[in-house]
Write a protein that binds this ligand. Structure first.
Ligand code: GRG
Length: 294
């Protein structure tokens, strides 16, 4: 990664972390539950969704300060989804981001409640903000609930669980990930545009770009899993990668998945040229996300 992008991302991550900590630390939470929430919040997430929101808002000339409550809410929902995804009833994982998962560090009940609390309070971050008008609050909450709820990420997670150990087509895989991973990424990009007051026409094009970004993000995630696994096998180290699930490389092969991703990158780039952006930062981030190595 180029050094200026690396330091830019580090600086943005710090700003998001500070805003998240500030919100959570002023809440009156029982000690152990607070510890559990902060454990996952402070576990070193990349904060890519808030950064996507910020650069989209900035790219349309918006006031970037306005993204923080929506971005913090989004990251809280993302964190809840990871805590619950790791539970024994779901993926039953021991490690996340190189650390023990929340339920392994604390206990299952605490991890479930930490996730529940993050989800519920994400809406409070928005309602309690003085940066938004009432109608902006309503718009953001409506979009966030739809993106994360029963017709969004939760549906995608359910479909993913049901597809375990099943042969599925690339179209079925894609419809899972459009919901499971794509909807929160799309929310980030759309709200970045909304807060910069983009026109209806631009918002429509932006949604198309956002959908491509969600898919590209997931394909790259799957590619990184395979490459990581190959590296471990090369070093003769045991790997605990879950092979019960279909992925882009398991259906298309590693090279096929890379080629498939490139087609989406090309379509995403076409969308970008149709957007009235005042700088290239979102394009630089999109390129980085497509090629990221972590
Ligand atoms: C439990 C309702 C519920 C949903 C869980 C997001 C999700 C749905 C599961 C996570 C499983 C997974 C590995 C999905 C692949 C893409 C993804 C969302 C990866 C994690 O996002 P990053 O890379 O994570 O942005 P960090 O750790 O950087 O925050």
């Amino acid at each position: 990664m180029n050094r200026s992008l690396q330091s830019f991302l580090a600086q943005e991550q710090q700003e998001v972390n500070a805003a998240l900590n500030k919100y959570i630390k002023q809440l009156n939470i029982p000690d152990r539950l607070r510890e559990s929430v902060l454990y996952s919040i402070e576990a070193g997430g990349k904060r890519l969704r808030p950064i996507l929101m910020k650069l989209t808002c900035e790219g349309f000339g918006g006031d970037v300060k306005k993204i923080y409550p929506a971005a913090i809410a989004l990251e809280m929902i993302h964190t809840y989804s990871l805590i619950h995804d790791d539970l024994p009833a779901m993926d039953d994982d021991t490690y996340r981001r190189g650390k023990l998962t929340n339920h392994k560090k604390f206990d299952e009940a605490t991890a479930i409640l930490a996730g529940d609390g993050l989800l519920t309070n994400s809406f409070h971050v928005i309602t309690s903000s003085d940066l938004y008008t009432d109608s902006e609050k309503l718009f953001i909450i409506d979009k966030l609930a739809k993106a994360s709820g029963l017709e969004g990420m939760v549906a995608g997670q359910y479909m993913d669980m049901m597809a375990e150990n099943q042969q599925i087509t690339i179209e079925e895989l894609e419809s899972i990930h459009r919901l499971k991973t794509g909807r929160l990424i799309s929310f980030a990009i759309e709200i970045g545009g909304f807060l910069a007051n983009v026109s209806e026409e631009m918002l429509c094009k932006l949604k198309e770009f956002a959908e491509y970004q969600g898919i590209i993000f997931q394909i790259q995630d799957d590619i990184l899993d395979v490459e990581g696994e190959q590296e471990l096998i090369g070093k003769q180290v045991g790997s605990d990668i879950n092979n019960d699930k279909s992925t882009y490389p398991s259906i298309l092969g590693l090279q096929g998945a890379k080629h498939y991703k490139q087609q989406y990158v090309n379509q995403s780039n076409e969308c970008l040229t149709a957007l009235d952006l005042i700088n290239a930062n979102i394009a630089i981030l999109a390129q980085y996300l497509a090629d990221r190595n972590q």
